[in-house]
Design a binder for this molecule. Structure first.
Ligand code: GRF
Length: 221
């Protein structure tokens, strides 16, 4: 029996992890529905209670769970509980959508080739926090946002898609955040769609689309 074929015939199961407003989660859910993509968001999991993203998920009839990190003594204990919870939903793809926690190597190794993240910079530039302030401090002329596969290092796995924006003289952290957020809502659904259609893979240290290595920057739009 060819198990590859069996898998391809099954609807892809997506778990989305959030910590806050959940606008990327909502954009992904809406795009998958609108484009009739053959995939199901089987759970939206938040590490914080009562965040707006949970309401947005419920408004879309998505199943929600809260796994509060404050109830765990260590990162390791939390990540083990998170693995267990995700396994209950048999996820094919784990989407980090504003999930504001560093994941332990053990978590990433458990799901080695199926975690996507979005980061508001042109990775590998500006890994970590406060990216908009940092591009302004450096007087950069361009900025952007990256969807990438997650590896064991923070904001470091292979890039999938980047959206670029020009920085205008009057841009501020707030205006950059607004512009970047709009781009996020375009590129994240594209990457998720590619993955659930079986076109996007994480192999070795690179992202592949239709079997071809993507450029190091990822596809740029
Ligand atoms: C986004 O800016 C994303 O780049 C970052 O966290 C934010 C999440 O926003 N990783 P939302 O919760 O999807 O609205």
């Amino acid at each position: 029996m060819n198990f590859g074929d069996v898998k391809a015939a099954t609807k892809a199961r997506i778990v989305i992890l959030i910590s806050g407003s959940g606008s990327n989660m909502a954009a992904i859910a809406d795009a998958l529905k609108e484009q009739k993509v053959d995939a199901e968001i089987v759970a939206v999991i938040s590490n914080k209670e009562e965040v707006a993203g949970l309401q947005k998920a419920q408004d879309r009839d998505l199943h929600t769970e809260v796994l509060n990190h404050k109830n765990f003594a260590s990162r390791q204990a939390y990540d083990m509980a998170l693995i267990e919870l995700i396994n209950r939903f048999q996820a094919d793809l784990i989407v980090l959508a504003g999930f504001m926690r560093v994941l332990s190597p053990a978590f990433v190794q458990y799901f080695p080739d199926r975690i996507l993240n979005i980061h508001p910079s042109l990775l590998p530039k500006y890994q970590g926090l406060h990216t908009h302030q940092r591009v302004l401090d450096e007087n950069d002329k361009e900025h952007g946002v990256t969807v990438h596969f997650v590896n064991e290092n923070l904001d470091d796995g292979p890039n999938v898609i980047q959206a670029l924006i020009d920085i205008e003289d009057d841009d501020t952290v707030a205006s950059l955040e607004r512009k970047i957020r709009a781009q996020e809502h375009i590129i994240y659904p594209i990457a998720v769609k590619w993955f659930v259609e079986g076109r996007l893979k994480y192999k070795g240290s690179r992202a592949l689309i239709d079997g071809q290595e993507l450029p190091k920057s990822g596809l740029r739009i």
